[in-house]
Design a protein around this ligand. Structure first.
Ligand code: ARG
Length: 471
């Protein structure tokens, strides 16, 4: 008797599709196909989805109340095993869905076979993944809030500390350190908004799309959508099982956020260097060198600076996995999870590191103030004074100030150290009131335009953020 006509042999070829198959998959088939090492992270969501689905099946009289009760009891016991680390994941059962279903069968027997009525792994995985993503967006949002609070506390404490502001990394104009730090609070707010937007858009239920075409069973998709906290069932079953743009959107938010974090991380690296000497990190956020005893390295900041390599790479990876895939589900999409999990784990860690470092930084007031006054950072104030007091057009004023910087540079002096005659040799109407604007602090304090760097303005923004963050 050939094995294909032996029902026992057929059944043993595969637990789920043994009816059609006669022999087991090759080792390499199993190796390329299995993903339970990755997607077991969806176990909680998978069980929630199955609880809601079986609840609905019973409510719609598609399965009996007794079967539903058995399924629920079994799933809850399995969830306990998983939480306690007692669950044995089997790679030969491919994924989280089939591992849990097989465990349910082992535990409750026949009723387990009814759970998959009117459902496919295609809508099941899409449901699990959207649920997981919603949670991940909430985690990123709450970490970004903590990051903002850490920055805000530092901004408030340093609202009137003067530091150099840079363009092209060249000293430009004196600014408030608090103002600088609040800039990163603004960035974080937009990062947070992107996660919130993505979470809102992805919060629709694919469950009930089944394999691709919906189902002939009289299911109630609104029931499961509501039970799982989705806003509504997805309106197109093909869309339900085939779309992963929600994951792409979250990865874009993650990539932009990682890039924003890397910029402040880079500043921490620069500021804590001997050359800048603006700030230092405590031992808690520094590392030493195995050979140079004097070293204190900002490794955590450097690693945050590096994270966009992986996180932007993840966005790129999933874009390329999805590119050109025809409708509806294709197995390519199984690769989405490892990409997303890794990227969001990285971002989670980067955010935690930034929260830690933002709170940990101590600033060097003297070094910041000295640097703020260097490199003719008050040249714009000189030009502005001649506009305001002498009525010069700004372009002429720019020329006057430029000539005076040149004169001061030739003498090795700061603008404030130039004798009045030198000012008057360039513009005879300049008088000694000019000295009152020639200091880094005066420059910073003068910039009172809305959103400007004057400490009075910075305090307005600190107050606004205190109210917004309830901090
Ligand atoms: N493990 C699969 C995934 O992550 C679940 C869906 C499988 N669907 C299928 N038709 N083979 O994509």
């Amino acid at each position: 008797m050939s094995s294909s006509s032996d029902p026992k042999a057929a059944a043993s070829s595969h637990q789920m599709w043994g009816g059609r198959f006669t022999t087991r998959p090759s080792d390499v088939m199993q190796a390329i196909n299995t993903c339970v090492d990755v997607d077991q992270r969806l176990a909680e969501e998978d069980i929630l989805g199955s609880l809601a689905h079986s609840d609905m099946l019973a409510a719609c009289a598609i399965i009996s109340q007794d079967d539903k009760a058995a399924i629920h009891e079994g799933l809850i016991a399995i969830r306990e095993d998983i939480r306690a680390g007692r669950f044995e994941w089997k790679p030969e059962l491919e994924d989280v869905h089939m591992n849990i279903e097989a465990a349910l069968k082992a535990r409750i027997g026949a009723p387990a076979g009814r759970l998959h009525t009117a459902r496919s792994r295609n809508d099941q995985v899409a449901t699990d993944f959207r649920l997981w993503m919603r949670g991940a967006c909430a985690r990123m949002t709450s970490l970004l809030r903590d990051y903002q609070k850490a920055l805000l506390a530092q901004a408030e404490a340093h609202a009137d500390w003067v530091m150099p502001g840079f363009t092209h990394l060249q000293t430009a104009q004196p600014i408030s350190l608090g103002h600088h730090l609040l800039c990163w609070v603004e960035h974080a707010e937009r990062d947070l908004g992107r996660f919130e937007d993505a979470a809102k858009r992805l919060n629709e239920s694919p469950l009930g799309s089944a394999a691709l075409a919906g189902t002939a069973f009289g299911i109630d998709r609104h029931h499961t959508a509501q039970a799982l906290g989705f806003d509504r069932p997805m309106a197109n079953s093909l869309d339900g099982v085939s779309s992963r743009d929600f994951a792409l959107e979250v990865l874009s938010a993650a990539a932009i956020c990682a890039v924003n974090l890397s910029r402040f991380a880079e500043e921490i690296v620069l500021w804590s260097s001997r050359r800048f000497g603006f700030a230092s990190l405590s031992d808690a956020f520094s590392t030493g060198s195995s050979i140079m005893p004097q070293k204190r390295n900002p490794d955590a900041a450097e690693l945050v600076r590096a994270k966009p390599g992986k996180i932007c790479g993840a966005l790129q990876s999933l874009l390329i996995v999805m590119k050109g895939l025809p409708l509806a589900y294709s197995k390519d999409m199984q690769e989405d999870k490892v990409i997303v999990f890794t990227a969001l784990d990285d971002l989670d860690l980067a955010l935690n590191a930034m929260i830690g470092m933002a709170g940990d930084l101590t600033f060097n007031k003297a070094a910041l103030e000295a640097a703020a006054g260097e490199a003719y950072s008050d040249a714009t104030d000189l030009a502005d004074w001649t506009v305001r007091e002498l009525g010069l057009p700004f372009r002429d004023a720019h020329h006057v100030a430029g000539s005076l910087v040149k004169a001061a540079e030739a003498r090795g002096l700061a603008l404030a150290q130039l004798p009045l005659e030198v000012f008057q040799s360039v513009e005879p109407r300049i008088d000694d009131r000019i000295y009152s604007v020639l200091s880094a602090r005066a420059s910073m304090e003068s910039r009172v335009s809305y959103g400007g760097t004057a400490p009075s303005q910075v305090r307005v923004q600190v107050q606004r953020w205190r109210e917004a963050l309830g901090a």
